[in-house]
Design a protein around this ligand. Sequence first.
Ligand SMILES: Nc1ncnc2c1ncn2[C@@H]1O[C@H](COP(=O)(O)OP(=O)(O)OP(=O)(O)O)[C@@H](O)[C@H]1O
Ligand SMILES: [Mg+2]
Length: 326
Amino acid sequence: MKVCLLAYKKISSSKKYYLNLVDELKKRFDNVLLANIENVVLKVDSTGLTKIFYKNQRLDDFDVIVPRIGPSYVNFWQLVHQELKENTYIPNTPDSYKIANNKFLTLMKLNEANIPIPKTILSIDIELAKKKLNEIGEPLIIKQMRGSGGRGVIFSQDLKSANTILDALPHKSGEEIFLEEYIPNPGEDIRLFVVGDEVVASAKRVAKKEDIRSNIHAGGAYENYTPSGEMKRLALRAAKKIGADICGVDIIEGPDGPLVIEVNMNPGFAISDVTGINIAKRISDFIYAEANLFWKRKRNKLLYDKLSIKWENVVNNIIRKFNFEK
Ligand SMILES: Nc1ncnc2c1ncn2[C@@H]1O[C@H](COP(=O)(O)OP(=O)(O)OP(=O)(O)O)[C@@H](O)[C@H]1O
Ligand SMILES: [Mg+2]
């Protein structure tokens, strides 16, 4: 089988992890190409077909596509995914990218599945947001989703500060403001790495002393952590609900139990370093098994379609020969 590992320009900063994934895929598949999504083009013309090219190759020539797509590529990736998914094995659903890329949509979906989440109000108007602060209570978190890695996440001890913060926020029309219940915790969150029906690795991310954001980019650090069965089940339910096979589920342990704060479709592999778990191997095992299943089903379906056409022809011939009415 021919595999395309479709990644984006972050490849250069996490090269060792990508190369490890390529190595693991090569142990299972005949042909593996590491490709940059920026070299992909989609083309529509009067043929009625959408053609997708990676450089001079048709992307549908690959039997398997493994996406490692960052948030700003999601709209483009969704078009590619939607178009290729019938005839190429691709983990995750196109919708899972759309959902995870929108933190509020993620919370809506998790809420539908009765997965515990922090109480959150979404507004696009500063004045209205100020009026809603008391529905969240204090302390609270204000999020304005600009960038990632903890940027745009503001902690406010009380409603007075929250009012002044909202007034001082640079805000463009239509820009979303999250008011979120603060989950009391010592600046820690738990990342559970889901592959298929398993949580294959987990680690705690601990914020630096003067912060509440545990993001590695905000100075947080990974620590070893063993999640409870309840927490693992929660992560698996969250992944299933949004349609993700491979993702990172971020959970905060609140005083009344764990709450899911977000799902990440492009979870970093650095968690391998703290856990000693070869994430690339686990992902490759999963993809190999699922791709084989996909192609087996596809071959069976083709055979079935061929047989049913033949059978239809036989019946039609009998009808014609004996002049039966259908
Ligand atoms: N409701 C909350 N209560 C307590 N801490 C929170 C809450 N929301 C976020 N945090 C802390 O702030 C960190 C960053 O928040 P969040 O994950 O929502 O944004 P982000 O990391 O910038 O986004 P992304 O993960 O998409 O890059 C979390 O990892 C967590 O440590
Ligand atoms: Mg986060």
